[in-house]
Design a protein around this ligand. Structure first.
Ligand SMILES: C[S@@+](CC[C@H](N)C(=O)[O-])C[C@H]1O[C@@H](n2cnc3c(N)ncnc32)[C@H](O)[C@@H]1O
Length: 328
């Protein structure tokens, strides 16, 4: 461990669990339940603006990273509530992504993910600010047995995100996530010709409703994000260093959307179940500070591929691909 390097602004000193650091963030090695409780992290308690995370899914079949199942999973996820609350600013947010899971051997869905979100929200006394769906139009058909072989189900192509907060009015600004206007809307803004008055939906459209250009359209809570990039720097780095890809990494557009929506530059973003550190990479790109936690060394090793290596300080050489050590 090299402890003599320059600490980052997010914490005054490197926690003992630090794997690597950038100017804006820290990748910590260990279980979130241990690492986040440690006094090394006291300096960020009450300062985290956004906890954005995709926890291990409550799978009914074991995946590579040993997920808990059933009631044990519900209790485990719920137990993070007090810890997360302690880390958040008073107007901070928690965004949790959970995918769908299926009953083993049956063409029926497990409700465990929904129960987990509900239990986490209720027992930790959090407001559900909004639910989001992340639709991946390019998702391969699955579960294969029911979708492509027996043809009795449709392809499962979305994950669910719950935006929670101790406050009913956490910091948020939808002006930071505006979408480009549709061609029809652009035309309308140009011509300023539309029918005002009452619509069949009971909405009242004022005479100015579509006359003002607000810089873009307010996005819906169904996000459409494809995870199709076959050759990004992360994958290249993993291939070059013979590191297996993380099996459940998310598209970087997803954390980017929520970081833009719920934080400002220099706010702190935490991902307690960091995986390949997509959240850290998004936060770094958007000039936020970040902290990520991950217990699996080869996911940490692969996650280095998301950063400009000249900007990374390696703290724990054991977490580097072979032959890539730096002098301590
Ligand atoms: C769904 S994946 C996260 C993927 C990540 N969002 C990405 O884009 O790469 C969940 C991660 O949680 C990690 N994990 C499992 N148990 C953990 C624990 N107790 N503390 C911290 N991380 C844990 C797993 O190793 C896995 O990498």
């Amino acid at each position: 461990m090299n402890a003599n390097k320059r600490p980052v602004a997010v914490l005054p000193n490197f926690p003992a669990s630090t794997a690597y650091a950038t100017d804006r963030g820290l990748m910590l090695h260990g279980l979130a339940e241990d690492v986040l409780k440690h006094q090394d992290l006291d300096a960020i308690r009450g300062r985290v603006q956004l906890i954005f995370t995709s926890p291990p899914f409550p799978l009914n079949t074991k995946k590579k990273y040993g997920n808990l199942q059933g009631e044990e999973y519900l209790q485990w996820l719920t137990s993070f509530g007090p810890l997360f609350r302690e880390l958040l600013t008073p107007d901070g947010s928690i965004v949790i992504e959970l995918g769908n899971s299926w009953e083993p051997g049956l063409p029926t869905m497990s409700t465990l993910g929904l129960k987990a979100l509900l239990r986490f929200q209720e027992e930790n006394n959090l407001h559900l600010c909004q639910e989001f769906i992340c639709h991946n139009p390019a998702r391969l058909p699955s579960p294969a047995q029911w979708v492509t072989i027996e043809r009795i189900r449709l392809k499962d192509s979305f994950t669910r995100l719950w935006w929670l907060s101790p406050s009913s009015r956490p910091k948020a600004n939808n002006k930071n996530v505006l979408k480009e206007y549709s061609v029809a809307m652009q035309r309308l803004l140009k011509t300023k010709q539309f029918n005002s008055g009452k619509r069949p939906s009971e909405h009242h459209i004022s005479e100015e409703a579509f006359a003002v250009d607000h810089g873009g359209a307010i996005p819906p809570n169904v996000l459409s994000i494809s995870n199709t990039r076959a050759n990004d720097p992360y994958q290249e780095y993993c291939r070059e260093n013979d590191i297996g890809f993380h099996p459940a990494r998310m598209p970087i557009d997803l954390p980017e959307f929520f970081i833009n929506f719920l934080t400002d530059a220099d706010d702190i973003v935490l991902d307690p179940f960091g995986g390949s550190n997509t959240t850290g990479a998004a936060a770094e790109k958007l000039n936020r500070y970040w902290v990520a936690v991950e217990p699996t060394p080869h996911y940490i090793k692969g996650s280095l591929g998301r950063f400009n290596r000249d900007r990374v300080q390696i703290i724990d050489n054991d977490l580097l691909p072979a032959g890539d050590e730096v002098e301590s």
